[in-house]
Write a protein that binds this ligand. Structure first.
Ligand code: PLP
Length: 388
């Protein structure tokens, strides 16, 4: 086997040229002994699928979010698919969502059988409720808002629209672990909240995983069936389901992080983002940059620290990388302009998403950055702006 089409094969191998990385995984898991002991115990018990560790994880999530119910599943994408299906949404239905997201949102909708319909975003990268209204047809059944980068959408407006038109809300809260609006955790504004445990999320495991939260017991009952073949007992199925279970091994990793690290992760990201905002404010005042802001009633968890660079974004990206700073673009092509949608949408259809995809630049914001790292990043940005 010579040809290698796995373009992600080196994604976690550290690039020695990069001084300040986006990826922090080697540091995060430098002490794994307590996890390994738990996994050894699990192997002794043979408790590999949907056993006590998965339940313990679900209980911890309920406690942390104040959700009544949690269902651990195979991925964040599956969480969206199962969430829609639990609400009875599928073939022939339309689901309104944002073009400014990771592909998993769209794959999750498509996998339910429903058709994603895009509505443009606001200046804070989140879906614009006025644009949602324009996209409603008699086929519309749900809204999937994505809480981009760690900041919850305008849920008061979105809930009003949903009530007015009888739509379900399935929140893509994959960026919003620990995030709140008026003290309420992301994922609890609509019918169902969807989260991912992918290694690069704020609560992360050693592979794929996801979870769903809801306060609706009927939806909870359906989700339990949907993730496990629709089985109501060993011999009977109630509905056609999926195989989408969180691995017990991953539940152990997640429990360990919730117990020992998650508070620190959230706190450090917020602190780093606030420090960057303070250090970069002069560039905002001079019109070079816009900084990520969060209104007082929203707790932003900075899964991403997204700047808007008004001019020379790509030049700034290259300059930072040349100087060892792992800046990234999330993302350069909004989904409505991706190949699968080329017959339905064209350039100019989503002007705000298209503009922000030209301006967005993410700086590292993870919990292992030191004050020196932040100062180094800001110094290089200063050098860049002095050079243009
Ligand atoms: C990561 C992510 C997903 C998909 O999660 P997976 O666990 O990779 O399937 C969906 N939506 C958003 C916004 C994400 O960031």
């Amino acid at each position: 086997m010579k040809s290698n089409k796995n373009f992600l094969i080196n994604q976690y191998i550290s690039d020695k040229k990069l001084k300040i990385t986006h990826n922090y995984l080697q540091k995060q898991f430098s002490d794994i002994e307590s996890i390994i002991i738990e996994i050894r115990n699990l192997v002794d018990r043979g408790d590999f699928t949907l056993g006590i560790k998965v339940q313990e994880f679900e209980e911890k999530i309920c406690k942390r979010t104040s959700a009544k119910f949690c269902v651990a599943v195979g991925s964040g994408t599956d969480a969206i698919t199962l969430g829609l299906k639990a609400c009875g949404i599928g073939y022939g239905d339309e689901v309104i969502t944002t073009p400014y997201t990771f592909f998993g949102t769209i794959g999750g909708i498509k996998n339910s059988g429903a058709e994603p319909i895009f509505a443009d975003i606001c200046d804070d990268f989140n879906i614009n409720p006025d644009e949602i209204r324009k996209k409603i047809t008699n086929k519309t059944k749900a809204i999937v808002p994505v809480h981009w980068s760690g900041l919850i959408c305008n849920m008061a407006e979105i809930k009003m629209i949903a009530q007015e038109y009888g739509l379900r809300i399935i929140e893509d809260a994959c960026h919003c672990i620990d995030a709140t609006l008026d003290g309420i955790h992301a994922g609890l504004f609509g019918d169902i909240g969807c989260f991912s445990l992918h290694p690069l999320k704020n609560l992360n495991v050693w592979g794929d995983g996801g979870y769903i939260i809801t306060n609706d017991e009927n939806l909870y009952d359906k989700l339990l069936l949907l993730r496990n073949h629709g089985q109501i007992n060993r011999n009977e199925i109630e509905i056609i389901g999926h195989n989408s279970r969180l691995d017990s091994i991953q539940a152990i990793v997640a429990i360990n992080i919730i117990e020992n690290h998650l508070d620190k992760i959230t706190k450090a990201r917020r602190k780093n983002a606030n420090n960057l905002n303070e250090l970069l404010i002069e560039y905002e005042n001079e019109g070079y940059l816009s900084l990520p802001r969060s209104p007082k009633n929203k707790m932003h968890v900075y899964h991403l620290y997204c700047l808007k660079v008004n001019n020379y974004r790509n030049e700034m990206l290259n300059f930072l990388i040349e100087n060892g700073i792992d800046a990234k673009i999330h993302y350069p092509i909004p989904i409505h302009l991706q190949k699968p949608f080329q017959n339905k949408y064209k350039k100019g259809d989503m002007p705000v998403a298209e503009l922000l995809s030209q301006r967005e630049l993410s700086l590292p914001v993870h919990e292992f950055l030191s004050e020196n790292d932040l100062n180094y990043i800001v110094d290089k940005i200063k050098v860049f702006f002095n050079s243009i």
